[in-house]
Design a protein around this ligand. Sequence first.
Ligand SMILES: NC(=O)c1ccc[n+]([C@@H]2O[C@H](COP(=O)([O-])OP(=O)(O)OC[C@H]3O[C@@H](n4cnc5c(N)ncnc54)[C@H](O)[C@@H]3O)[C@@H](O)[C@H]2O)c1
Length: 383
Amino acid sequence: MTRRPIGIIVNGVTGRMGYRQHLVRSLLAIREQGGIPLADGTTIWPEPVLVGRSETRLREIAERHGLTDWTTDLSAALARDDVQIYFDAQVTQQREKAIRQAIDAGKHIYTEKPLAEESAAALDLARAATAAGVRTGVVQDKLFLPGLRKLKRLIDGGFFGRILSVRGEFGYWVFEGDWQPAQRPSWNYRAEDGGGIVMDMFPHWQYVLEELFGRVRAVSCVTATHIPERVDESGRSYPATADDAAYGIFELEGGIVAQLNSSWCVRVNRDELVEFQVDGTEGSAVAGLRTCRAQHRSVTPKPVWNPDLPVTENFRAQWTEVPDNEEFDNGFKVQWESFLRHVVADEPFRWDFLAGARGVQLAELGLLSAREQRRVEVAELAR
Ligand SMILES: NC(=O)c1ccc[n+]([C@@H]2O[C@H](COP(=O)([O-])OP(=O)(O)OC[C@H]3O[C@@H](n4cnc5c(N)ncnc54)[C@H](O)[C@@H]3O)[C@@H](O)[C@H]2O)c1
């Protein structure tokens, strides 16, 4: 089979997401499966060019995976004719500048979310990319989670009747870093470094809500910095200036109300780190990362409120597991494959910079709502 090599700059490859999900679980996994087959019999073959700040760490990653192409010089990598795509998994604050450079170099661009720190900048990137004629994409991995795919299947099959509400719980305890190291990078807890759970999670909630249930028309949000001091990677205490919990209410098209709690200061008493309960007139479902359980109207029990008696029913046992019915691949990889087909074979791809800008907009308006203690309407973003 003829290979169609495509040079891809992977900037921020030493980071958690850049290395694990994008290099190893996506681009290298695509190579391990023999590339991406196209209808004309050729295959797309990703050729990663690792870019970062530390020579030592880049060399170490390259050697670990038998790769040879790495550099600390982004401009030089962008100047190469055999590089067609720029991918960004750097810390959020570094993203906009690097993406502008990539647009100027005429590269197609795929990036982690959020696209930028402000929606005006995100929209400007979308417009600049369109003007330059380059293709764009933003990671929207949660759409490809098995749990959410099964939930979408229930929605598409009309299981819920009229959907009334969505209740989401996302979060887990992120250690403060004093007596046990924190399991997330410290920049996430500093506003001045682009951190904060609203900027991190609302871009995800925007596309999950819009693609599954309907456009977000208004947001009301309360944020908190529950843990005011944390300890960083080198053992130094720092003031945590960013929001570490967000309690949001989202009003959707069609009258659906979604309430989503996002927190790094909550201990897990759920089956999964994120769970959404959807209630509709005909049925309800609870979807997590991998599983989805449903309860139809016809088998709904009739609890009667009586605090004087012990609970007599095992409510959780009354739900039915929604079967997989297909094999689910890694979500990051599935979206990479789709973006690469878009660039190489002109296949449609709807998660572009404008879609990414909507995510930034929702985060920005969530923060505005929290700051001004009011409900904020979400205007439709146009190109
Ligand atoms: N899609 C998802 O589910 C998901 C999950 C977590 C993070 N993210 C996004 O991925 C991006 C990276 O997050 P991460 O958790 O991998 O972070 P990380 O701290 O592990 O990695 C950050 C990367 O950016 C590089 N970098 C470049 N300039 C830097 C600077 N000035 N200061 C510090 N690092 C710099 C680092 O070297 C590293 O390679 C963020 O934009 C984040 O919003 C997405």
